[in-house]
Design a protein around this ligand. Structure first.
Ligand code: UDP
Length: 409
């Protein structure tokens, strides 16, 4: 039987330590709080300030557990966007290290009052299932992927289209979804070449097995966006999934910077306001919190934005990369380059923003769709290639960038 949870319940949320996994669970916290449910969010010391700022003004309690030490993870690096590289060995070491938090997590479960009614923990924190079982607390798994990507991964694997002799870029039809054609390059190398001896394989199996034994799955999507694939996941995946998105709409209200707060307005919002006054439309270019973009590609993006003559707001995360000489001066009448953390939803909801050059991280796609901003997809890693296909071919709210070397698939 499905227990009913309402006011007076106590929900524990435990996001994986990366921004793309944390932001949607912060939104979920806001939804639960609105229903008079108590919320405890678990994080680590270096992630506390981001969490506290995001939940400022709410009654959510934030608990920190020490982040374990690991051989190749520099001290103080507790979020994947701070890793020296997004190379997979380091990523797996980081993710696997989290399991050493289990004793601290269980001490916390013992002491939390009122008793936790259910927990929502990230799929990557597979070991939280063992703690949940020990304390007889239902665990819901948070997955940051669309049902489209999940369905395509499952179908590609079971129909074995990834293991044929065809070249990596050759498109092959999926039997179950005959209008969709995929190529090997749409998937990470590790996914199409599963090797039980690799840390990636072991990590993925732990996620799959612990998810199967959990109470349910929460998906940041909504039925109307991808009905065929929500139905597929409901039919083919166990345990039951619930689409609870778009989570980014949870608490979004336009920020008001009147009076004393006007000085708080970020300079890029002031800049967007000016573009609106001039009636010029802006292309927002940003690639999420952690994608690694090569220098060559950054140089091409810089050149493309300059030569396009459009107004643009470009967020760059690669600290060690400098813009070409004189760039900002040359584009100053219509372009702005930001290196700080921005409120992406505030930018996408700004009336002047009419296009988003995006890596197609799933949160970015959802935020753009809900803001009604068309996407130019430039996928870089993980399931972003599938998201970009979905944007162009399935939901038809954008196009993929054409590159001469096929680096955008
Ligand atoms: N984000 C933000 N400001 C930034 C960079 C990212 O608000 O300067 C947010 C963005 O709105 C999204 C999340 O961080 O909610 C990034 O998730 P996404 O899935 O788009 O990409 P990832 O960072 O996981 O590759």
């Amino acid at each position: 039987p499905i227990p009913s949870y309402g006011a007076g319940s106590h929900v524990l949320l435990f996001p994986f330590m990366s921004k793309g996994h944390t932001v949607p669970l912060i939104h979920l916290a806001q939804i639960l709080l609105r229903r008079s449910i108590s919320v405890t969010v678990v994080t680590t010391p270096a992630n506390h300030s981001f969490m506290a700022e995001s939940l400022n003004g709410t009654v959510a309690s934030i608990v920190t557990l020490p982040f374990p030490t690991a051989t190749n993870i520099p001290a103080g690096v507790e979020s994947t966007d701070k890793l020296p590289s997004m190379g997979l060995p380091l990523f797996y070491e980081f993710s696997t290290a989290t399991s050493a938090m289990q004793p601290h997590f269980e001490q916390l479960l013992e002491t939390l009052v009122p008793r936790v009614s259910f927990m929502v923990t990230d799929g990557f924190l597979w070991w939280t299932l063992h703690s949940a079982k020990k304390f007889r607390i239902p665990r819901l798994v948070y997955f940051g992927m669309s049902c489209y990507s999940t369905s395509l991964c499952m179908e590609a694997r079971s129909s074995k289209i990834l293991s044929g002799p065809q070249p990596d870029h050759e498109l092959v039809e999926l039997t179950r979804f005959p209008w969709i054609r995929l190529c090997k390059e749409d998937f990470d190398f590790e996914y199409r070449n599963p090797d039980p001896n690799t840390p990636g394989f072991v990590f993925n199996m732990k996620i799959i097995e612990s998810t199967r034994e959990s109470y349910g799955i929460l998906v940041n999507s909504f039925y109307e966006l991808e009905p065929t694939f929500v139905d597929y996941v409901s039919k083919e995946c166990s345990p039951k999934s619930w689409c609870v998105g778009p989570l980014c709409l949870a608490e979004w209200t336009r920020k008001v910077y009147e009076g004393g707060d006007e000085k708080e307005k970020p300079r890029w919002v002031t800049w967007l306001d000016q573009r609106l006054e001039e009636k010029s439309s802006v292309l927002y270019a940003a690639f999420g919190s952690q994608a690694e973009i090569s220098r060559e590609q950054l140089e091409e993006i810089a050149k493309g934005l300059e030569e396009s003559k459009v107004s643009f707001l470009w967020v760059i995360r690669k600290e060690e990369w400098g813009l070409p000489d004189g760039y900002e001066e040359r584009v100053k009448d219509r372009g702005i380059v930001i290196r700080e953390w921005v409120d992406q939803r505030e930018i996408l909801m700004h009336e002047s923003v009419e296009g988003f050059l995006s890596h197609c991280g799933w949160n970015s796609v959802m935020e753009s769709v809900t803001a009604g901003v068309p996407i130019v997809g430039w996928p870089i890693m993980a399931e972003q290639f599938l998201n970009a296909r979905m944007v162009e071919e399935e939901v038809k709210v954008g196009v993929r960038v054409e590159t001469c070397d096929g680096s955008v698939r």
